[in-house]
Design a protein around this ligand. Structure first.
Ligand SMILES: [Zn+2]
Length: 149
């Protein structure tokens, strides 16, 4: 029996996956507000109802991860969420914790720089390249880019 509470728990565990291992900062989790009350009533068909709930949970999981793959910086061991958009194109999502912990960004801050203006940790870029080379990152765009055989 999978209820909304289980879905919520799943959603949270997916979020935890994207973040770093220790969860120090309280994250504002969105409440599941009335999602199920608005859904059609399958009370007469419990099997169908279960299937619908399961599909919704899968959708939510897919939305949360949406092609994001956690990649560890091999140098400073922070985890960021990476999405491969195409050949040589990756989108990197830094959590605030990762930004805090990254040694490169810490150095920038120590030197009076603005870490938010540094695009990325070069060590992490390296780690991402490795992840791509090892096939750890799946390309999201299915459309072939023109002029790129
Ligand atoms: Zn780093």
């Amino acid at each position: 029996m999978v209820g909304p509470a289980d879905v919520d728990r799943l959603a949270r565990s997916m979020l935890a996956l994207l973040g770093h291992d220790d969860d120090e900062h309280p994250t504002a989790t969105r409440e599941a507000t009335g999602t199920w009350s608005k859904a059609p009533d399958f009370a007469s068909d419990p099997e169908r109802a279960a299937a619908v709930k399961e599909a919704s949970a899968r959708d939510r999981e897919r939305y949360l991860t949406a092609g994001l793959t956690p990649v560890d910086c091999r140098f400073c061991h922070v985890t960021v969420a990476v999405k491969k958009l195409g050949a040589g194109h990756t989108a990197v999502q830094w959590s605030s914790e990762a930004t805090q912990r990254c040694a490169t960004f810490a150095e920038v801050r120590a030197n009076g720089g603005d870490s938010s203006r540094s695009k990325s940790c070069p060590r992490l870029s390296d780690s991402i390249r490795h992840a791509v080379a090892e096939g750890c990152l799946e390309e999201q765009s299915s459309a072939p880019s023109p002029g790129d055989g």
